[in-house]
Design a protein around this ligand. Structure first.
Ligand code: DOR
Length: 408
């Protein structure tokens, strides 16, 4: 296939220019005005951006255990609609992704699925059943495909357990990912709850030398701690979600249970600090924390935290940071998460897998009921967002094409 007429944005190659891209299942050639070969399929994408496939390094696919909320197939479809060619899925499943046999089973089902899917990379638990007590077997989990380790959904409460875990995982590739909420402090202050875990985990990262990533940073105090750590030479990475960049407690109050999420939505100053942290590089990655639940649960008396994100993330990031240069925007969605997880992709360099996201600046209205995810709740319902995916290509296969899908 030849993708013609697009603006190629590839941060690793340092290219932001009109270029055509020829591919099979890998990138064959990048050039100006490439001549179509006889019989070659042509995909004209004038006025669209052609980028290395987007990677969402923080999603919940609810597989195994909660097919009423999502499966790897429905979550995979949502990812493709959102422009993601790869996702990394969190281990707070039932059972938790804490045992190589559970990862083997998930990946076997992914590989033998009849539907076209993005790449799916499991993140394994740090502790057995994410209970914060017994360590998992990190080398075996990595051999079974784990690309990172996290007890996401909660912090590992006991710092000495976390430190022992980081030591045990030292020779294993794949970062530890911190969920920064201190359950004992949350009712006092969300910022304090976040910062106490960020500070502790920075210390463990530095003491052990384990590669470390901070999930969904949500407060300006969290940002300041990361900034301080970087200045003092601690090399860690961090992500931010669309909802923390854009939504505040005021909106949360008017949205009611739809806005329940962990960490909670903060105030306008926090959201501004997060946007600044993206601009100045303290935050490296955009990640959606796609966390689907059934509508009945979300509207019920005890709503679980989280909501769908994959299909609107790209538009929400653009709404939050309209001034962010496209090279950096694309880097935060492709090159940066791919490098942090140590997975292929993130660039369209010749010979790399033909994983490509094509997107365009085009306002569209979010309709939560029309999401392909099983999670039909999002605080962005009814919002008009400025950017959307128009095609998602995985290994040279056009798996999502907005021209074929009905426009919303
Ligand atoms: O809001 C959230 N939902 N935050 C988390 O950390 C977990 C997630 C979920 O699994 O539902």
């Amino acid at each position: 296939m030849l993708i013609r007429g697009g603006r190629l944005v590839d941060p690793a190659l340092g290219i932001d220019a009109l270029r055509d891209v020829r591919m099979t299942d890998v990138i064959v050639e990048i050039g100006e005005h490439l001549e179509p070969a006889p019989g070659e399929k042509i995909f004209d994408v004038k006025e669209a951006v052609v980028a290395p496939g987007f990677v969402d390094m923080h999603v919940h696919l609810r597989d195994p255990g909660d097919p009423q909320k999502e499966t790897f197939e429905t979550g995979g479809a949502a990812a493709l609609h959102g422009g993601f060619t790869a996702v990394a899925c969190m281990p707070n499943t039932r059972p938790a992704l804490d045992d190589p046999a559970i990862l083997d089973d998930l990946l076997r089902r992914v590989e033998t699925s009849a539907v076209g899917l993005p790449h799916i990379y499991p993140i394994a638990a740090i502790t057995r059943n994410r209970a914060g007590k017994e360590l998992c077997d990190y080398p075996s989990l990595a051999r079974s495909g784990a690309v990172a380790f996290s007890d996401d959904g909660a912090a590992v409460a006991d710092g000495s357990v976390l430190q022992a875990a980081a030591h045990a995982a030292l020779g294993v590739s794949g970062p530890f990912i911190s969920h920064c909420e201190n359950a004992a402090l949350k009712s006092l202050s969300a910022a304090l709850s976040e910062c106490s875990v960020v500070a502790r985990d920075l210390r463990v990262a530095r003491a052990t030398g384990k590669a470390w990533h901070f999930a969904h940073i949500s407060t300006r105090m969290g940002v300041e701690l990361l900034r301080f750590a970087r200045r003092s030479g601690t090399t860690v990475t961090a992500e931010v979600t669309p909802h923390h960049l854009l939504c505040t407690q005021d909106e949360a109050r008017s949205l009611g249970t739809a806005a329940a999420v962990n960490p909670p939505l903060a105030d306008t100053q926090d959201a501004r600090a997060l946007r600044d942290a993206v601009r100045d590089g303290v935050i490296d990655v955009f990640a959606s924390d796609h966390a689907p639940h059934t509508e009945a649960e979300k509207r019920g008396p005890d709503p679980p935290p989280g909501f769908s994100g994959l299909e609107l993330a790209l538009g929400a990031y653009a709404a939050a940071l309209p001034d962010l240069p496209l090279l950096r925007f694309v880097e935060m969605l492709s090159w940066a998460p791919a490098r942090i997880l140590g997975i292929p992709g993130g660039t369209l360099r010749r010979g790399s897998a033909a994983d490509i996201t094509v997107f365009r600046d085009e306002p569209w209205r979010v309709d939560a009921r029309a999401l392909v995810s099983k999670g039909k709740v999002t605080p962005f319902d009814g919002w008009t967002l400025p950017r959307r995916a128009i095609a998602t290509i995985v290994h040279g296969r056009l798996l999502y094409d907005a021209r074929a899908a009905s426009p919303t």
